[in-house]
Design a protein around this ligand. Structure first.
Ligand code: ARG
Length: 463
């Protein structure tokens, strides 16, 4: 092999070892940037014409040929050659094979450093849109289900121990608001990423009078990047996307964990639709929540990609270095896994069956202990004292082996004379919910207010 057909073949006379050649290639994954690279090339041809480097007719024939290459590529008519390191060199080769010297002019004033940074931003813009849409579908599924369960009470847990009754709608809306913040975070990331590196060259900026503002408009960017050194050196916009994905996956992983527990035999609060489960090869009775287990597993993978990028960036000199080629596989995989995981979560939520009966039956009388203390507070006892006293009552009930709500009034009155007949009204899930209609609480009025907020957000669109 000679170096003649390499885009850097003038300087390096000796071909790379076969090992190095394979090691350095990125085309098997950065081919994902094919369309973005064509778009960037087409816009660059126009910019070169505006700057007087190409005639309008030359730019037009380059643009025309690039469109043809795009069609041929998607029709499967183009093959990569062993000389193609990455998608940028392949596109330049195809153009040059078709247009000769004219094709060989496309890289004027440009480096793959600003080219790849621009291509990736075009990819990011689309990825952001895909994630936004997937999230909107999931948010809609959550609200739709919440509307049916404003009064479905179940044992809310802290430390995985029964804590206080809450409504299933309130629980679902917790995820709504978490994922809403994730969606807003993505919007924010989109705004920061939509600046155009093209024209930055390798580090110093192109030495031709390119109108970068015009070019940025042409490519739908907010503006050109402000500093060519920064634009070719950094990958913070990728890290921001990876953080956005990691945070979504972290939220979904906890939802998955909850659903796995609550659909397990001892709980049985919910049933996952068969279309999101798999059986066992050995045990005929099994219906395993594989969709949710995979979702939890994939969250590890996506968070790993975020950490990879942070590690990649932290010690390299500030400018383009080849290490940066390692940014793309984690990015592409994180986006793909996150979009798929959001869609899986949407499928699971929208087909979920809720067993109201099992939820109510699971409510332990001890869940009302806080309300019992509040009862005494309303009758004038300081809360700390009431807490202590109710703690002793709970211990006594446990000791004599009766549920808290089956203690007689007399037994309660041995602890405090403030107890009256009305105390037994406390042990009721709807009563417990109904006391919590303050803004943000689990009371039905408050939850309806949350649903209104959620619907308004979905109606207005994320901004
Ligand atoms: N494939 C390379 C990457 O993804 C493109 C940039 C190459 N630049 C260079 N100076 N070798 O980073």
């Amino acid at each position: 092999m000679s170096t003649e057909n390499k885009i850097w073949g003038g300087r390096i006379q000796q071909p790379p070892s076969a090992l190095m050649d394979a090691y350095g290639k990125s085309i098997h994954f950065d081919c994902k940037l094919f369309d973005a690279d064509i778009t960037v090339n087409r816009a660059w041809a126009l910019a070169l014409a505006d700057a007087g480097i190409l005639s309008a007719a030359e730019a037009e024939s380059i643009r025309h040929e690039l469109a043809q290459i795009q069609r041929d590529y998607h029709a499967g008519k183009l093959a990569f050659s062993p000389a193609d390191e990455d998608i940028h060199s392949a596109n330049e080769r195809w153009l040059t094979e078709r247009l000769g010297d004219l094709g060989a002019r496309i890289h004027t004033g440009r480096s793959r450093n600003d080219q790849v940074a621009t291509d990736v931003r075009l990819y990011l813009r689309e990825a952001y849109q895909e994630l936004q849409q997937a999230l909107t579908d999931l948010l809609t599924a959550l609200v739709t289900m919440a509307e049916e369960h404003v009064q479905t009470a179940f044992p809310g847990q802290t430390h995985l121990r029964q804590a206080q009754p809450i409504s299933w709608a309130h629980y679902l809306l917790a995820f709504f608001f978490q994922l809403q913040r994730d969606q807003q975070r993505l919007m924010d990331g989109y705004k920061r990423c939509n600046y155009m590196p093209l024209g930055s060259g390798a580090i110093a900026g192109a030495a031709f009078p390119i109108d970068r503002h015009n070019l940025a408009r042409e490519l739908g960017f907010t503006a050109p990047s402000e500093n060519s050194y920064d634009a070719t050196a950094d990958r913070d916009v990728i890290i921001e996307m990876l953080y956005g994905c990691s945070q979504i996956m972290t939220h979904l992983s906890r939802l998955a964990e909850d659903f796995i527990i609550w659909s397990s035999e001892p709980y049985g609060y919910i049933e996952i639709d068969e279309s999101y489960t798999t059986g066992s090869s050995m045990m005929p009775q099994k219906k395993n929540p594989d969709s949710l287990e995979l979702l939890r597993g994939k969250s590890a993978r996506v968070i790993g990609h975020l950490v990879s990028l942070l590690m990649l960036m932290k010690g390299i000199p500030t400018a383009y270095v080849r290490d940066l080629q390692e940014d793309k596989e984690p990015l592409f995989d994180a986006v793909e896994q996150t979009v798929n995981s959001i869609r899986i979560a949407t499928g699971v939520v929208s087909t979920l069956k809720v067993d109201n009966q099992r939820m109510v039956q699971a409510l332990d009388a001890a869940l009302y202990a806080t309300d019992l203390a509040d009862y005494l507070v309303k009758k004038g006892m300081p809360f700390r004292q009431a807490h202590h006293l109710v703690g002793a009552i709970v211990a006594e009930a446990e000791h004599i082996g009766v549920p808290l709500d089956e203690l007689t009034l007399q037994q309660l009155q041995t602890h405090s004379e403030l107890f009256n007949e009305d105390v037994h009204g406390i042990f009721d899930p709807q009563a417990a919910l109904g006391k919590r209609n303050l803004y943000g609480g689990t009371g039905p009025e408050s939850v309806r207010q949350q649903i209104d907020l959620a619907k308004k957000y979905l109606g207005d669109g994320p901004e």
